[in-house]
Design a protein around this ligand. Sequence first.
Ligand code: C2E
Ligand code: CA
Ligand code: CA
Length: 578
Amino acid sequence: MSMNILIVDDDQVDRTHIKRMMRRIDSSNIITEAEDADSALVLLVEQNFDIVLLDYTMPQKNGLELLKEIQDQDIKKHSAIIMMSTSEQEELALSCLKAGAHDFIIKSDITGYRLRRAILAAQARFDMETKLKESYDKVKQLAEQDCLTKLANRYFFDESLKVTISNNERQPHKTALLLFDLDHFKYVNDTHGHDVGDLLLQKVVHRIHTCLRGNEVFSRLGGDEFAIILNHVDRVGDAEKVALRILKVLIKPFCINGAEINMAASIGISFYPDNANSASDLFKKADIAMYKAKHLGRNQIAFFEDEMQQQFLNRYRIENNLKQALYKQQFELFYQPVFNCADSSIIGFEALLRWHSNDGLISPEVFIPIAEESRLIKPIGRWVISQACQQISLWQAHCPSLTMAINLSPVQLLDNLLLSHIKKCFKTYDINPQTIEFEITETALLDDSWQTQAVIKNLSELGCKIALDDFGTGFSSLSHLHHFPINTVKIDKSLMPVNEVDFSNEKLIHGLVIMLQYLNLNIVAEGVEFQSQLALCQSLHIQKLQGYLLSKPIPPDEINKFSLFANYPKITPCVVRQ
Ligand code: C2E
Ligand code: CA
Ligand code: CA
């Protein structure tokens, strides 16, 4: 098979000699000559040669120097290189081989046979090197690339971030780290399956590529989490622009296998050296900012700020303490009485959780969201149900009609153990399910997963009542009232007039109450604090009231103390006896 050969030698006699021998080996060989290193370099850049025969001794630049230049510029990709020299020094041969030559021959030894052997040996070595390089590249790619999206993987990202930061140490520019994950991606996987989830990730990556220049390190860190390292950023606004572009390209729904899927991302951004002085710190801060972005309501961008770290640490501390709170028996249930609006008698209670943490009493408004996010609300919620059932069974021994309202967060509705636990509690404490009302918020109903719907339906079929909590704060959707087995609607305290003279919401409440009454729903007014609010509820014939005016949530012992409510202000003693 004919070969394309380059002979680099300043000595024309030697060149002609070698050329003749090459032709003798195979007359179809195409031979090109170069008389110095520089013209050889030009030829090597322009053409591919199978074999390069390179003389060591040349004026200006010797063969070894040329070889090193070829290596540095990475231009000998397709050539097997044979070094030629008049010197028999072994050391020279060795340094040529080390520098990347595939064989070394002494000019005085050159015969047709010797040259042919050198070519075969050089080609064999070259082939081996190429294969080795290919398999090395493949392994490297596997180690550094995410198979699904072909983006750099976590390992490559970590290494790149470290290198970028150390390269930028004394530079005037900033490095920005954008960390983001896709909002509710898990929901896509759960409802449409992993294949659709995978396709969606690929499409998302494709769209994000259009927002980038190509010189950024864009990595998939795992799952639906991505990172982009922006180097040489002059202003904070430059990173913000990229982030905004990303949010924008994701707005258009994705169409996958006929399904239309909406996606958004929450992006956290941190800067080196402004926010951090190491790669790991920069990452941590982008993570904190991303967490903040999620809390801002998703599809958001958040920059790291110092106080965020404080908030993050607080949250972290609360979550850690929460993990042990059940075991350390730090929880307690308070009960807020629910009153009959007509005669101010107690109809029942709402169980409200209190946490006596190592740092003192922490409000449920603070720890419940953390318990939900960490899923700790599942075991905690089961504990609440047991306690509340036990308590109401004691009070029902005196007044069987008393009801107990128990809050269920959306996460609890996804607790596989919830239903069996409730049934067990009903059995243990001999509870009539009709006297238990589970309070859920509209956010729980927004999750249209089959599990949420099934749990609500099962609870209802068990005989329990379902109340829609905090009505008026969220979507206040009428369709929810239709589609779910709702018995009661709790009008949120924010709808109540804020003081004795505020009547701004009166019409709204009035309309709402008429509508709810028309739908045959029970109504509880929450947050009744003033006499005027009580009067308003009475005038609207709202059946049940809760609020500080009548009673704050209190520990069960205190409720027992009132020789069951006899001395309780504004309450007509119920038939209940201790
Ligand atoms: P929520 O279910 O809407 O409970 C009513 C909240 O309003 C309670 O706050 C109660 O103390 C407060 N409240 C009652 N009357 C008045 C009033 O007249 N004025 C004002 N300003 N507030 C009043 P709390 O106990 O701090 O609970 C806050 C939230 O934490 C609850 O809101 C509920 O969403 C959640 N939560 C409490 N206990 C539990 C629980 O056991 N499980 C779950 N999943 N969530 C719980
Ligand atoms: Ca409630
Ligand atoms: Ca409420």
